[in-house]
Design a protein around this ligand. Structure first.
Ligand code: URP
Ligand code: ZN
Ligand code: ZN
Length: 470
Protein backbone atom coordinates (compact mmCIF):
# COMPACT_ATOMS: atom_id res chain seq x y z
CA UNK A 1 0.00 0.00 0.00
CA UNK A 2 1.36 3.38 -0.98
CA UNK A 3 0.57 7.07 -0.74
CA UNK A 4 -0.33 9.25 -3.71
CA UNK A 5 0.06 13.03 -3.45
CA UNK A 6 -2.25 14.39 -6.09
CA UNK A 7 -2.16 17.64 -8.04
CA UNK A 8 0.63 19.54 -6.29
CA UNK A 9 3.26 21.77 -7.90
CA UNK A 10 6.55 19.92 -7.64
CA UNK A 11 9.57 22.15 -7.29
CA UNK A 12 13.20 21.42 -8.09
CA UNK A 13 16.15 23.78 -8.40
CA UNK A 14 15.50 23.97 -12.16
CA UNK A 15 11.73 23.93 -12.64
CA UNK A 16 8.21 23.69 -11.21
CA UNK A 17 5.43 21.53 -12.70
CA UNK A 18 2.17 19.89 -11.70
CA UNK A 19 2.32 16.11 -11.26
CA UNK A 20 1.25 13.35 -8.86
CA UNK A 21 3.74 11.42 -6.76
CA UNK A 22 3.40 7.82 -5.59
CA UNK A 23 5.47 6.69 -2.62
CA UNK A 24 5.81 3.10 -1.46
CA UNK A 25 8.09 1.55 1.16
CA UNK A 26 9.61 4.95 1.84
CA UNK A 27 10.72 5.56 -1.75
CA UNK A 28 9.24 7.67 -4.55
CA UNK A 29 8.08 4.98 -6.95
CA UNK A 30 6.40 7.00 -9.69
CA UNK A 31 5.64 10.55 -10.81
CA UNK A 32 3.06 11.57 -13.39
CA UNK A 33 -0.68 10.94 -13.69
CA UNK A 34 -3.09 8.11 -12.78
CA UNK A 35 -0.66 6.44 -10.40
CA UNK A 36 -3.06 4.97 -7.82
CA UNK A 37 -2.92 1.28 -7.05
CA UNK A 38 -5.70 -0.48 -5.08
CA UNK A 39 -5.36 0.25 -1.38
CA UNK A 40 -3.32 3.45 -1.80
CA UNK A 41 -4.04 6.49 0.35
CA UNK A 42 -4.71 9.46 -1.95
CA UNK A 43 -4.04 12.95 -0.59
CA UNK A 44 -5.20 15.98 -2.54
CA UNK A 45 -2.41 18.59 -2.50
CA UNK A 46 -3.58 20.83 -5.33
CA UNK A 47 -2.72 24.49 -4.83
CA UNK A 48 0.29 23.47 -2.72
CA UNK A 49 4.02 23.46 -3.44
CA UNK A 50 5.69 20.07 -3.07
CA UNK A 51 9.32 20.53 -2.07
CA UNK A 52 12.07 18.09 -1.16
CA UNK A 53 12.37 17.85 2.62
CA UNK A 54 14.83 20.44 3.89
CA UNK A 55 18.39 19.52 4.81
CA UNK A 56 19.83 21.66 7.59
CA UNK A 57 23.57 21.15 7.27
CA UNK A 58 24.49 23.07 10.44
CA UNK A 59 22.93 22.38 13.83
CA UNK A 60 24.19 22.04 17.40
CA UNK A 61 21.88 19.82 19.46
CA UNK A 62 22.74 18.57 22.95
CA UNK A 63 25.95 20.58 22.80
CA UNK A 64 28.03 20.88 25.93
CA UNK A 65 29.58 24.38 26.09
CA UNK A 66 31.25 23.89 29.46
CA UNK A 67 29.05 26.11 31.63
CA UNK A 68 25.80 24.70 30.26
CA UNK A 69 24.21 22.51 27.55
CA UNK A 70 22.01 23.62 24.66
CA UNK A 71 18.30 23.82 25.45
CA UNK A 72 17.47 21.55 22.50
CA UNK A 73 18.67 17.99 22.48
CA UNK A 74 18.35 15.61 19.53
CA UNK A 75 14.79 14.70 20.45
CA UNK A 76 13.38 18.23 20.72
CA UNK A 77 15.62 19.64 17.98
CA UNK A 78 14.66 17.02 15.40
CA UNK A 79 10.96 17.31 16.28
CA UNK A 80 11.23 21.06 15.62
CA UNK A 81 13.12 20.36 12.38
CA UNK A 82 10.27 18.17 11.08
CA UNK A 83 7.57 20.66 12.03
CA UNK A 84 9.51 23.23 10.04
CA UNK A 85 9.85 21.01 6.97
CA UNK A 86 13.42 19.83 7.51
CA UNK A 87 13.74 16.05 7.20
CA UNK A 88 17.53 15.70 7.58
CA UNK A 89 19.96 17.49 9.88
CA UNK A 90 23.74 17.32 9.95
CA UNK A 91 24.95 18.23 13.42
CA UNK A 92 28.41 19.37 14.45
CA UNK A 93 29.72 16.74 16.86
CA UNK A 94 32.52 18.17 18.96
CA UNK A 95 35.75 16.22 19.29
CA UNK A 96 36.84 15.91 22.94
CA UNK A 97 40.53 16.71 23.26
CA UNK A 98 42.69 13.66 23.95
CA UNK A 99 40.01 11.28 22.71
CA UNK A 100 39.95 9.26 19.47
CA UNK A 101 37.50 10.29 16.75
CA UNK A 102 35.81 6.91 17.03
CA UNK A 103 35.18 7.60 20.73
CA UNK A 104 33.64 10.97 19.79
CA UNK A 105 31.40 9.13 17.39
CA UNK A 106 30.43 6.52 19.98
CA UNK A 107 29.55 9.27 22.44
CA UNK A 108 27.40 11.12 19.88
CA UNK A 109 25.61 7.89 19.01
CA UNK A 110 24.45 7.69 22.63
CA UNK A 111 22.89 11.15 22.22
CA UNK A 112 21.25 10.47 18.86
CA UNK A 113 20.42 6.83 18.30
CA UNK A 114 16.75 6.08 18.92
CA UNK A 115 16.11 9.74 19.79
CA UNK A 116 15.97 11.55 16.44
CA UNK A 117 12.64 12.30 14.78
CA UNK A 118 14.22 13.26 11.46
CA UNK A 119 17.15 11.64 9.63
CA UNK A 120 20.56 12.71 10.83
CA UNK A 121 24.28 12.68 10.33
CA UNK A 122 27.26 14.47 11.86
CA UNK A 123 30.27 16.47 10.83
CA UNK A 124 33.10 16.16 13.32
CA UNK A 125 34.54 19.40 14.75
CA UNK A 126 38.27 18.88 15.15
CA UNK A 127 39.49 20.93 18.08
CA UNK A 128 43.14 19.85 17.95
CA UNK A 129 45.34 18.21 15.36
CA UNK A 130 47.98 15.50 15.45
CA UNK A 131 49.27 13.02 12.89
CA UNK A 132 47.16 10.13 14.31
CA UNK A 133 44.07 12.04 13.25
CA UNK A 134 45.10 11.55 9.62
CA UNK A 135 44.25 7.86 9.93
CA UNK A 136 41.21 8.51 12.09
CA UNK A 137 39.75 10.88 9.49
CA UNK A 138 39.89 8.00 7.00
CA UNK A 139 38.10 5.73 9.49
CA UNK A 140 35.32 8.29 9.87
CA UNK A 141 34.90 8.49 6.09
CA UNK A 142 34.48 4.70 6.00
CA UNK A 143 31.70 5.11 8.58
CA UNK A 144 29.85 7.54 6.31
CA UNK A 145 31.11 10.79 7.87
CA UNK A 146 33.03 12.62 5.14
CA UNK A 147 32.99 16.17 6.55
CA UNK A 148 34.89 17.91 9.34
CA UNK A 149 35.12 21.39 10.76
CA UNK A 150 37.72 23.59 12.39
CA UNK A 151 37.21 26.79 14.36
CA UNK A 152 39.38 29.86 13.87
CA UNK A 153 37.74 31.42 16.97
CA UNK A 154 36.91 30.41 20.57
CA UNK A 155 40.48 30.68 21.85
CA UNK A 156 41.53 28.08 24.45
CA UNK A 157 38.59 25.80 23.74
CA UNK A 158 37.83 25.11 20.08
CA UNK A 159 40.28 27.33 18.16
CA UNK A 160 43.07 25.72 16.14
CA UNK A 161 46.25 27.20 14.67
CA UNK A 162 46.87 27.84 10.97
CA UNK A 163 49.53 25.10 10.71
CA UNK A 164 46.95 22.61 12.06
CA UNK A 165 44.44 23.83 9.50
CA UNK A 166 46.95 23.37 6.70
CA UNK A 167 47.80 19.81 7.73
CA UNK A 168 44.16 18.85 8.14
CA UNK A 169 43.26 20.40 4.77
CA UNK A 170 46.04 18.40 3.05
CA UNK A 171 44.53 15.26 4.53
CA UNK A 172 41.04 16.35 3.42
CA UNK A 173 42.42 16.80 -0.10
CA UNK A 174 43.95 13.31 -0.06
CA UNK A 175 40.62 11.82 1.06
CA UNK A 176 38.49 14.03 -1.22
CA UNK A 177 36.28 15.25 1.63
CA UNK A 178 35.01 18.54 3.06
CA UNK A 179 36.67 20.61 5.74
CA UNK A 180 34.58 23.55 6.89
CA UNK A 181 35.64 26.60 8.87
CA UNK A 182 34.21 29.00 11.41
CA UNK A 183 35.91 32.17 10.19
CA UNK A 184 36.53 34.76 12.88
CA UNK A 185 39.96 35.82 14.09
CA UNK A 186 39.96 34.42 17.63
CA UNK A 187 43.14 36.21 18.80
CA UNK A 188 41.74 39.58 17.77
CA UNK A 189 38.49 38.83 19.61
CA UNK A 190 40.36 38.00 22.83
CA UNK A 191 42.15 41.37 22.68
CA UNK A 192 38.94 43.28 21.95
CA UNK A 193 36.96 41.55 24.71
CA UNK A 194 39.65 42.19 27.28
CA UNK A 195 39.87 45.91 26.35
CA UNK A 196 36.10 46.35 26.46
CA UNK A 197 35.76 44.65 29.85
CA UNK A 198 38.62 46.77 31.26
CA UNK A 199 36.61 49.84 30.22
CA UNK A 200 33.59 48.44 32.11
CA UNK A 201 31.68 47.67 28.90
CA UNK A 202 29.80 44.54 29.92
CA UNK A 203 26.38 44.68 28.18
CA UNK A 204 25.31 42.33 25.34
CA UNK A 205 25.79 45.03 22.67
CA UNK A 206 29.56 44.83 23.19
CA UNK A 207 29.54 41.26 21.88
CA UNK A 208 29.04 42.68 18.39
CA UNK A 209 31.64 45.40 18.89
CA UNK A 210 34.22 42.81 20.02
CA UNK A 211 33.90 40.94 16.71
CA UNK A 212 33.21 43.47 13.96
CA UNK A 213 33.22 42.68 10.25
CA UNK A 214 37.04 43.04 10.00
CA UNK A 215 37.32 40.08 12.37
CA UNK A 216 35.44 37.86 9.91
CA UNK A 217 37.31 39.30 6.93
CA UNK A 218 40.74 38.63 8.49
CA UNK A 219 39.90 34.96 9.08
CA UNK A 220 38.34 34.55 5.62
CA UNK A 221 41.50 35.95 4.00
CA UNK A 222 43.67 33.54 5.99
CA UNK A 223 41.55 30.51 5.12
CA UNK A 224 41.54 31.43 1.43
CA UNK A 225 45.34 31.78 1.54
CA UNK A 226 45.64 28.30 3.03
CA UNK A 227 43.14 26.89 0.55
CA UNK A 228 45.14 28.37 -2.36
CA UNK A 229 48.43 27.04 -0.93
CA UNK A 230 47.01 23.51 -0.51
CA UNK A 231 45.06 23.85 -3.76
CA UNK A 232 41.86 22.44 -2.27
CA UNK A 233 38.42 24.03 -1.71
CA UNK A 234 37.20 25.00 1.75
CA UNK A 235 33.63 25.33 3.05
CA UNK A 236 32.93 28.50 5.05
CA UNK A 237 30.08 28.20 7.58
CA UNK A 238 27.69 31.00 8.56
CA UNK A 239 29.15 33.83 6.45
CA UNK A 240 27.76 37.11 7.76
CA UNK A 241 29.36 40.12 6.05
CA UNK A 242 29.47 41.93 2.73
CA UNK A 243 33.21 42.53 3.15
CA UNK A 244 34.00 38.82 3.40
CA UNK A 245 31.63 37.96 0.55
CA UNK A 246 33.26 40.59 -1.69
CA UNK A 247 36.68 39.12 -0.91
CA UNK A 248 35.45 35.62 -1.79
CA UNK A 249 33.95 36.85 -5.09
CA UNK A 250 37.24 38.58 -5.92
CA UNK A 251 39.35 35.50 -5.12
CA UNK A 252 37.04 33.17 -7.07
CA UNK A 253 37.78 35.24 -10.19
CA UNK A 254 41.40 34.06 -10.00
CA UNK A 255 40.39 30.42 -9.59
CA UNK A 256 39.99 29.92 -5.81
CA UNK A 257 37.29 27.37 -5.03
CA UNK A 258 35.16 27.86 -1.96
CA UNK A 259 31.69 26.81 -0.83
CA UNK A 260 29.69 29.37 1.16
CA UNK A 261 26.94 28.91 3.71
CA UNK A 262 24.87 31.61 5.36
CA UNK A 263 21.91 31.50 7.76
CA UNK A 264 18.47 33.20 8.02
CA UNK A 265 19.62 35.40 10.92
CA UNK A 266 22.22 37.08 8.69
CA UNK A 267 19.53 37.84 6.10
CA UNK A 268 16.66 38.94 8.32
CA UNK A 269 18.06 40.34 11.57
CA UNK A 270 20.53 43.12 12.22
CA UNK A 271 22.64 44.56 15.01
CA UNK A 272 19.90 46.94 16.16
CA UNK A 273 18.72 43.88 18.13
CA UNK A 274 21.62 44.32 20.57
CA UNK A 275 20.21 47.62 21.85
CA UNK A 276 17.78 45.68 24.06
CA UNK A 277 14.26 46.74 25.01
CA UNK A 278 13.06 49.72 27.00
CA UNK A 279 11.97 47.44 29.84
CA UNK A 280 14.85 44.95 29.47
CA UNK A 281 18.30 46.11 28.44
CA UNK A 282 19.66 42.53 28.61
CA UNK A 283 17.26 41.43 25.83
CA UNK A 284 20.12 41.72 23.30
CA UNK A 285 21.57 38.54 24.86
CA UNK A 286 19.00 36.58 22.86
CA UNK A 287 20.96 37.54 19.74
CA UNK A 288 24.43 36.84 21.08
CA UNK A 289 25.76 34.42 18.51
CA UNK A 290 29.00 34.18 16.60
CA UNK A 291 29.46 35.76 14.17
CA UNK A 292 27.16 38.50 15.51
CA UNK A 293 24.29 40.13 13.66
CA UNK A 294 25.45 42.78 11.18
CA UNK A 295 23.99 45.76 9.29
CA UNK A 296 21.11 45.97 6.82
CA UNK A 297 23.70 46.53 4.11
CA UNK A 298 25.22 43.15 4.98
CA UNK A 299 21.73 41.54 4.89
CA UNK A 300 21.18 42.90 1.39
CA UNK A 301 24.60 41.79 0.13
CA UNK A 302 23.93 38.24 1.33
CA UNK A 303 20.48 38.14 -0.32
CA UNK A 304 22.16 39.28 -3.52
CA UNK A 305 24.86 36.64 -3.02
CA UNK A 306 22.20 33.93 -2.86
CA UNK A 307 20.42 35.19 -5.98
CA UNK A 308 23.76 35.37 -7.88
CA UNK A 309 24.91 31.86 -6.85
CA UNK A 310 27.78 33.28 -4.80
CA UNK A 311 26.29 31.51 -1.75
CA UNK A 312 25.46 27.83 -2.04
CA UNK A 313 23.76 26.83 1.21
CA UNK A 314 21.31 28.20 3.75
CA UNK A 315 21.65 26.38 7.10
CA UNK A 316 20.62 27.58 10.56
CA UNK A 317 23.51 27.11 13.02
CA UNK A 318 20.70 26.28 15.47
CA UNK A 319 22.30 26.45 18.93
CA UNK A 320 19.62 27.29 21.49
CA UNK A 321 19.99 28.52 25.05
CA UNK A 322 17.11 29.71 27.22
CA UNK A 323 17.04 33.41 27.96
CA UNK A 324 16.25 32.66 31.60
CA UNK A 325 19.13 31.03 33.49
CA UNK A 326 21.27 30.23 30.44
CA UNK A 327 21.78 33.53 28.56
CA UNK A 328 21.65 35.10 32.04
CA UNK A 329 25.00 33.48 32.85
CA UNK A 330 26.40 36.58 31.14
CA UNK A 331 24.30 39.19 32.98
CA UNK A 332 27.40 40.97 34.25
CA UNK A 333 29.79 40.09 31.40
CA UNK A 334 28.77 39.76 27.73
CA UNK A 335 31.68 37.40 27.03
CA UNK A 336 30.10 34.78 29.29
CA UNK A 337 26.74 34.70 27.46
CA UNK A 338 26.45 31.28 25.78
CA UNK A 339 26.77 31.88 22.03
CA UNK A 340 23.98 30.81 19.72
CA UNK A 341 20.29 31.08 18.88
CA UNK A 342 17.44 28.80 17.79
CA UNK A 343 16.33 28.57 14.16
CA UNK A 344 15.91 25.00 12.86
CA UNK A 345 12.11 25.21 12.96
CA UNK A 346 11.67 28.40 10.97
CA UNK A 347 14.30 28.28 8.22
CA UNK A 348 12.05 27.03 5.41
CA UNK A 349 9.05 29.25 6.09
CA UNK A 350 11.17 32.36 6.70
CA UNK A 351 12.95 31.85 3.40
CA UNK A 352 9.69 31.22 1.59
CA UNK A 353 7.96 34.22 3.13
CA UNK A 354 10.76 36.80 3.07
CA UNK A 355 12.70 35.39 0.12
CA UNK A 356 10.21 33.98 -2.37
CA UNK A 357 7.09 36.02 -1.53
CA UNK A 358 9.06 39.25 -1.33
CA UNK A 359 10.61 38.37 -4.71
CA UNK A 360 14.22 38.28 -3.59
CA UNK A 361 14.63 34.70 -4.84
CA UNK A 362 12.61 32.16 -6.82
CA UNK A 363 11.06 29.08 -5.23
CA UNK A 364 13.55 27.03 -7.29
CA UNK A 365 16.41 28.87 -5.62
CA UNK A 366 14.83 28.07 -2.25
CA UNK A 367 15.00 24.35 -3.06
CA UNK A 368 18.56 24.73 -4.33
CA UNK A 369 19.92 26.33 -1.16
CA UNK A 370 17.81 24.58 1.50
CA UNK A 371 18.14 21.01 0.26
CA UNK A 372 19.54 20.18 -3.18
CA UNK A 373 22.98 21.75 -2.82
CA UNK A 374 23.45 20.41 0.72
CA UNK A 375 22.54 16.96 -0.57
CA UNK A 376 25.13 17.11 -3.36
CA UNK A 377 27.88 18.76 -1.31
CA UNK A 378 27.46 16.54 1.76
CA UNK A 379 26.99 13.26 -0.09
CA UNK A 380 23.28 12.52 0.25
CA UNK A 381 22.23 12.89 -3.40
CA UNK A 382 20.03 11.60 -5.03
CA UNK A 383 18.38 9.89 -2.02
CA UNK A 384 17.71 13.28 -0.48
CA UNK A 385 17.35 16.87 -1.71
CA UNK A 386 15.31 16.07 -4.81
CA UNK A 387 11.88 14.74 -5.73
CA UNK A 388 12.57 12.02 -8.28
CA UNK A 389 11.75 8.37 -8.87
CA UNK A 390 14.00 6.30 -6.61
CA UNK A 391 14.63 9.09 -4.08
CA UNK A 392 13.54 8.92 -0.45
CA UNK A 393 9.98 10.06 0.15
CA UNK A 394 11.14 13.13 2.11
CA UNK A 395 8.58 15.72 1.14
CA UNK A 396 7.28 19.01 2.41
CA UNK A 397 3.84 20.28 1.41
CA UNK A 398 3.70 24.06 1.61
CA UNK A 399 0.38 25.87 1.44
CA UNK A 400 1.00 29.37 0.03
CA UNK A 401 -2.50 30.60 0.91
CA UNK A 402 -2.13 30.41 4.68
CA UNK A 403 -0.40 32.86 7.01
CA UNK A 404 1.02 32.43 10.50
CA UNK A 405 2.67 34.41 13.26
CA UNK A 406 5.83 33.02 14.83
CA UNK A 407 5.84 33.10 18.62
CA UNK A 408 7.86 31.23 21.22
CA UNK A 409 4.65 29.80 22.73
CA UNK A 410 3.61 28.11 19.50
CA UNK A 411 7.02 26.74 18.55
CA UNK A 412 8.25 23.15 18.98
CA UNK A 413 11.86 24.20 19.69
CA UNK A 414 12.49 23.62 23.40
CA UNK A 415 13.61 27.14 24.24
CA UNK A 416 11.96 30.13 25.89
CA UNK A 417 12.24 32.58 22.98
CA UNK A 418 12.62 32.86 19.23
CA UNK A 419 14.62 35.60 17.50
CA UNK A 420 11.66 35.89 15.09
CA UNK A 421 9.00 36.65 17.74
CA UNK A 422 5.92 38.22 16.15
CA UNK A 423 7.11 37.72 12.56
CA UNK A 424 4.11 37.31 10.25
CA UNK A 425 4.93 34.68 7.67
CA UNK A 426 3.12 34.01 4.43
CA UNK A 427 2.68 30.29 3.77
CA UNK A 428 2.44 27.29 6.05
CA UNK A 429 4.31 23.99 6.30
CA UNK A 430 1.16 21.89 6.11
CA UNK A 431 2.39 18.31 5.83
CA UNK A 432 5.76 16.62 6.02
CA UNK A 433 6.69 13.10 4.95
CA UNK A 434 9.85 11.37 6.10
CA UNK A 435 10.74 8.37 3.95
CA UNK A 436 7.09 8.13 2.94
CA UNK A 437 5.63 8.32 6.43
CA UNK A 438 3.45 11.32 7.19
CA UNK A 439 5.04 12.87 10.27
CA UNK A 440 3.48 16.36 10.24
CA UNK A 441 -0.14 17.20 9.41
CA UNK A 442 -1.80 20.62 9.68
CA UNK A 443 1.51 21.87 11.00
CA UNK A 444 1.45 19.44 13.97
CA UNK A 445 3.82 16.57 14.71
CA UNK A 446 1.94 13.28 14.32
CA UNK A 447 4.57 10.83 15.37
CA UNK A 448 5.41 9.99 18.98
CA UNK A 449 8.20 7.67 17.84
CA UNK A 450 11.72 8.66 16.94
CA UNK A 451 11.63 7.52 13.32
CA UNK A 452 14.89 9.21 12.26
CA UNK A 453 17.79 7.15 10.91
CA UNK A 454 21.50 7.79 10.72
CA UNK A 455 22.37 8.43 7.08
CA UNK A 456 25.71 7.35 5.76
CA UNK A 457 27.16 10.01 3.43
CA UNK A 458 29.48 9.91 0.41
CA UNK A 459 32.65 11.90 -0.24
CA UNK A 460 32.65 15.27 -2.03
CA UNK A 461 35.18 14.01 -4.59
CA UNK A 462 32.85 11.19 -5.69
CA UNK A 463 29.87 13.55 -5.80
CA UNK A 464 31.72 16.11 -7.92
CA UNK A 465 32.76 13.37 -10.35
CA UNK A 466 29.11 12.30 -10.72
CA UNK A 467 27.22 15.57 -10.62
CA UNK A 468 29.81 18.23 -11.41
CA UNK A 469 30.80 21.17 -9.23
CA UNK A 470 28.11 23.08 -7.37
O1 URP B 1 27.08 31.37 18.21
C1 URP B 1 27.16 30.30 17.64
N1 URP B 1 27.17 30.27 16.34
N2 URP B 1 27.23 29.16 18.34
C2 URP B 1 27.38 27.86 17.83
C3 URP B 1 28.79 27.49 17.56
C4 URP B 1 29.29 28.08 16.27
O2 URP B 1 30.10 28.97 16.29
O3 URP B 1 28.89 27.62 15.18
ZN1 ZN C 1 30.54 28.73 14.17
ZN1 ZN D 1 27.70 26.46 14.43
Amino acid sequence: MGIVLKGGTIVSSKDSYIADIRIENGIIKAMGENLEVDGDEVINVSGRYILPGGIDAHTHFDLDVGVTRTADNFETGTKAALVGGTTTIIDYANHIKGQRFLDDLRYYSTLTDGRCYCDYSYHLSITEWNQDFSKEMGEMVLRGIPSFKMYMAYKDTLQVEDYEIEEALRKAKELGIILSFHCEDGDEIVKNVSNLLLEGKTEPKFHEISRGDEVELAAVKRILDISEKVDYPVYIVHLSTKKALDEIIRRRKSGTKVIIETCPQYLLLNKEAYKGKVDDDFNGAKYVMSPPLRSKEDNNALWKGIANRDIQILATDHCSFNYKNQKEIGLKDFSKIPNGAPGVEHRMILLYSFGVREERISINKLVEITSENASKIFGLYPNKGVIAEGSDGDILVLNPSEEEVITWQNQTQNVDYTPYEGYKVKGKIERVFLRGKEVVKDGKLLSDKAFGQFVSRKRLRDEVQKYGEI
